[in-house]
Design a protein around this ligand. Structure first.
Ligand code: SAH
Length: 306
């Protein structure tokens, strides 16, 4: 399974770039995508740039060209909910655009005209993973699930924050999340947005922003890495080319209609280490979550997928 990871700014993706292995860079539509592994997961990382258009183009390319199956947006945001402080974390329950306004024609604030879909719900499994990961990161930081408002504006206005809270029930505001959410929803791809609060969207951002973006990015990174570690991968078959038993395992899985990812242990030292972590030396090794089966053993494989 491939996971797309998006940040809007250099600071937001810097730690991922350092942490990734086997990185290959490909540029499309002016955005550079880094393919590689992180926590043993197949990931594609990119910096979308700021704003909804950048985020939309980037997300669609991740889905079409890089075939990611889940998308995580990671970054910073301005806090809207009065209980939130700088450094706290908001995991998207849902997100919408605050700056789409066709109220003059009778549509609701935030509503995309002629459709009843304009609130984009994040994936329950990814939300749960993010919250659990957030709880493990740091004491004293609160992590909440809530509504994220996106718009092509850096919000630095107390009155606007008040309106966002009252009108939309928002937790925080930023410039990309709802675009990522909408593109994912249009393509049937699960997503979640994980934001650390870098400012209070109230005009003091010029003081807070740079100072806190780095710290907030560190928190987001710690959470996403933890999420990747716990993401159910489906089945993984560790194999080598020309290995007959490996082919038998793959054929068995295919016949059963079980989706799996193949990891060639000769192609990556990290894959070899993953196999060793299960206490095995040779291949094939078939892994589901924390359980593994060595060799082609239909009975044991049956049990693994029971
Ligand atoms: N790096 C620029 C500012 C980038 S714009 C600078 O230093 O001047 C702000 C980015 O942070 C966007 O990607 C947005 O998603 C997020 N963000 C943080 N606080 C925000 C706020 N109060 N309003 C809108 N976006 C905010």
């Amino acid at each position: 399974m491939r996971v797309g990871i998006i940040g809007a700014m250099d600071e937001e993706i810097a730690l991922y770039l350092e942490g990734m292995q086997e990185t290959k860079a490909v540029t499309k539509a002016g955005i550079t995508y880094y393919e590689g592994t992180l926590e043993g997961r197949d990931v594609v990382l990119c910096k979308s740039g700021v704003g909804k258009v950048n985020a939309s183009v980037c997300t669609q390319i991740l889905i079409d060209h890089f075939q990611v199956e889940k998308v995580i947006f990671t970054g910073v945001a301005g806090a809207v909910h009065p209980a939130l402080n700088i450094g706290d974390i908001v995991v998207s329950r849902d997100c919408l655009q605050h700056d789409i306004d066709v109220t003059a024609l009778g549509f609701q604030p935030g509503q995309i005209p002629f459709t009843d879909r304009w609130i984009w719900e994040a994936d329950p499994e990814l939300i749960q993973l993010a919250v659990r990961a957030g709880e493990q990161v740091d004491e004293g930081v609160s992590i909440v699930t809530g509504r994220i408002l996106s718009g092509d504006q850096f919000v630095a206005d107390r009155e606007k924050v008040q309106r966002f809270y009252e009108q939309f029930g928002a937790h925080c505001t930023e410039m990309e999340g709802a675009a990522v959410g909408q593109v994912c929803a249009m393509n049937g791809i699960p997503f979640v947005v994980v934001r650390s609060m870098s400012d209070k969207a109230d005009g003091s951002a010029h003081v807070n922003f740079v100072e806190f973006t780095k710290l907030a990015s560190q928190r987001s990174y710690a959470i996403v890495v933890n999420m990747l570690r716990h993401l159910a991968a489906g089945a993984i078959v560790y194999s080598t080319q020309g290995c007959i038993e490996c082919d038998m395992v793959k054929k068995w899985l295919t016949e059963k209609g079980i989706a799996f990812e193949v990891r060639d242990v000769m192609a990556s030292r990290a894959y070899q280490e993953e196999v060793e972590r299960f206490g095995f030396l040779g291949v094939p090794v078939t892994v589901v979550g924390e359980k593994a089966v060595k060799g082609f053993d239909p009975q044991e494989l049956e049990k693994l997928f029971a």
